[in-house]
Design a protein around this ligand. Structure first.
Ligand SMILES: NC(=O)CC[C@H](N)C(=O)O
Length: 225
């Protein structure tokens, strides 16, 4: 029993995720997408990267791999599932979470630390934080702009399923603090179950103290601890 970090062709954050989880004392192993999920995983991480070279649309092809049916079944059974960056794109493309991620408003790949406001502190992913807390976690994406229809966005807000919003250092959710033009500054959302989440920023890059940067992301991965 372990957390499965699913490696697709083109994933490049799978090792980082395993190392970050290992640092938190979580048993995690990389699983090649074609081998399927191990029986009874304790959790699933869809890591970042460039699955299928981001062809068509980032995450669109990996979302159609058979292993994603297993991931959906695991999610439906209550297994904690998180999609990080390319994993968020795969999660939304496969219907685990609402909305879609598309080309940044800048039309550029952006790699920078950002601030996030924790919108819910009563989920497994955010139990380590206070509601409204501001955390610093890096982004690294070209297609991170969260897009969603008005009606689905209204449902998302009404159901309180926005997990993180991009904000400034004081927690103000402003256009200036929105790095990629995401609708409503959304950086991370919950699925139908609170045990399913996707986010564009990289908590696994803000977990290890040795990196000498923020370790604020550790709280998110502590969901598996
Ligand atoms: N770091 C990542 O996972 C990158 C995601 C995706 N390849 C993008 O550029 O949007």
């Amino acid at each position: 029993m372990t957390v499965a970090v699913v490696q697709f062709g083109g994933s490049n954050c799978d090792r980082d995720a395993v190392r970050a989880l290992d640092h938190l004392g979580v048993d995690a192993e990389r699983v090649w997408y074609d081998d399927g999920l191990p029986a009874d995983p304790d959790g699933v991480v869809l890591p970042g990267g460039f699955s299928y070279g981001d062809y068509l649309r980032a995450g669109a092809m990996a979302a159609r791999d058979p292993i994603m049916e297993e991931v959906r079944d695991a999610a439906d059974a209550g297994v904690p599932v998180i999609g990080i960056c390319n994993g968020a794109q795969i999660g939304s493309e496969s219907g685990l979470t609402p909305g879609a991620f598309t080309t940044n408003a800048s039309a550029r790949f952006q790699c920078e630390p950002v601030h996030l406001r924790v919108e819910r502190a009563d989920t497994p992913w955010t139990a380590a934080y206070e509601e409204g807390q501001v955390i610093e976690v890096p982004i690294a994406h070209g297609e991170g702009r969260f897009e969603i229809s008005e009606a689905t966005h209204a449902d998302l807000v009404a159901e309180d399923r926005v997990l993180f919003r991009y904000c400034d250092a004081d927690g103000n959710v402003t256009d200036a603090a929105n790095p990629n033009g995401s609708t409503d500054n959304v950086a991370g959302v919950l699925g139908e179950r609170e045990t399913v989440a996707v986010l564009m920023p990289h908590p696994e890059r803000a977990t290890l103290p040795d990196l000498g940067r923020s370790t604020d992301g550790a709280g998110i991965l502590r969901a598996f601890a």
